[in-house]
Design a protein around this ligand. Structure first.
Ligand code: SIN
Length: 308
C-alpha cells in the first residue's frame, strides 16, 4: 500500500505524523519520533526563550478525550536551531512549529529557523492556553498582518496551524487570507480552546491553569476537526494542501480525514497516551481500511467524501 504524501513539494514516507504537542519537546523525544514509523518529525511550538509552561496538573485524559493547558513548554528557539540539522538525518521531513508572544518574536524565530532549512515551517496561530494572549487566528486582521510579515522572511514551505472555526463565514474569511498570504499548507485543527472538565468525585476542575479551562483533544473533537478539514478543502480546491488534526485514534479515523480532504494527518492525544508504537499500528490499520475500499494509495482517498 502506498501511504506516501506530498505537501508543498515535500514527499512524506507516510501520511501519518505527530502533532506539535506533547512528547516532541526535547532532543530525546524528537529522536524517538525520528526512530519510529512516523512520516515526519514535528517539533513542539517554540518561543524565543525556553519555557517551563503552565503549572501542573496541565494535561488530563478522560473517556474519549483530553484537556490540556500546557502553556507552550519548550527549549527556546535556539535549541531547535541547533537540533534541526540533526533531526534531518532521520531522512524524513522535519516540520518546525513556531509560536511567539508578539509579531516581532514570530518574525525573529521564523528568520532563525528558516536559516537551518527545516522541510516545512508551521506557524502556530492557535494556542488557547496562554493567559493574556488570545488565539491569533480568531483575530483575522492580526492573523493576516502577521502571516504577511512572516511570509517575507521565510523561504521554506510555510503553513499555519489553525483553531476550529464554527461558521462558514469564518471559513470563507480565513481561506481568503491564507490564499492572499501565499501559505503553502494548513494544519487544522488545534485543540478546541477553553473547554472545562469537572471531576465528579471531587467537584473540582481537573487541570490547574486558567481556573480549569483548557484545550480539548481526542476522539470527542473528531467531528469538528473533519468539518474544518472539509470546509477548507472545498474552498481551496487543491490549491493549498491540508494536514488534518483532531480525534484520530484508528486507521478509520485517518481514512475519514483523507475523505474530508486532508493529504496527511497529525496525532496529539493518542500519541501522548500510546507513544511511538502508535505510528506502526495506525499505518497497519489505515492499510487495512484502504484495501477494504479497493484503493492502492492514501492519495486516492483524498477528498472523495460523498454527499447525499
Ligand atoms: C500548549 O502548549 O499549551 C498547547 C499548544 C497549542 O495548543 O498550540
Amino acid at each position: 500500500m502506498n501511504l506516501t504524501a506530498s505537501i508543498a513539494g515535500i514527499t512524506f514516507p507516510t501520511c501519518i505524523m505527530n502533532a506539535a504537542g506533547a512528547r516532541c519537546v526535547t532532543a530525546e523525544e524528537l529522536e524517538a519520533i525520528g526512530n519510529s514509523r512516523t512520516g515526519a518529525i514535528v517539533t513542539k511550538s517554540m518561543t524565543r526563550d525556553a519555557r517551563d509552561g503552565n503549572p501542573s496538573p496541565r494535561y488530563v485524559a478522560f473517556p474519549h478525550g483530553s484537556i490540556n493547558s500546557m502553556g507552550l513548554p519548550n527549549l527556546g528557539h535556539q535549541a531547535y536551531v541547533d537540533l534541526i540539522p540533526r533531526l534531518k538525518e532521520f531522512n524524513k521531513p522535519v516540520i518546525a512549529s513556531v509560536a511567539g508572544f508578539s509579531p516581532d518574536e514570530f518574525v525573529d524565530i521564523a528568520t532563525a529557523i528558516d536559516a537551518v532549512k527545516p522541510d516545512l515551517m508551521e506557524i502556530n496561530l492557535s494556542c488557547p492556553n496562554i493567559e493574556g494572549h488570545p488565539q491569533i487566528a480568531y483575530d483575522f486582521d492580526a492573523a493576516e498582518q502577521l502571516l504577511t510579515r512572516i511570509r517575507k522572511v521565510v523561504n521554506r514551505p510555510m503553513g499555519t496551524k489553525l483553531p476550529p472555526y464554527f461558521d462558514p463565514v469564518h471559513h470563507d474569511h480565513m481561506a481568503s487570507i491564507l490564499e492572499q498570504c501565499r501559505v503553502d499548507f494548513i494544519s487544522v485543527i488545534n485543540s478546541i480552546g477553553n473547554g472545562l472538565v469537572i471531576d465528579p468525585e471531587t467537584d473540582a476542575v481537573v487541570i490547574k491553569p486558567k481556573g480549569g479551562f483548557g484545550g480539548l483533544g481526542g476522539a470527542i473533537i473528531k467531528p469538528v476537526a473533519l468539518a474544518n478539514v472539509r470546509a477548507f478543502a472545498l474552498r481551496f480546491q487543491g490549491r493549498i494542501p491540508i494536514i488534518g488534526v483532531g480525534g484520530i485514534e484508528t486507521g478509520q479515523d485517518i481514512y475519514e480525514h483523507l475523505l474530508a480532504g486532508a493529504s496527511a494527518v497529525q496525532i496529539g492525544t493518542a500519541f501522548v497516551e500510546e507513544g511511538t508504537q502508535m505510528f506502526a499500528r495506525l499505518e497497519q490499520e489505515l492499510t487495512t481500511v484502504l484495501e477494504s475500499k479497493g484503493l492502492q494509495s492514501s492519495t486516492e482517498a483524498v477528498g472523495r467524501l460523498k454527499e447525499l
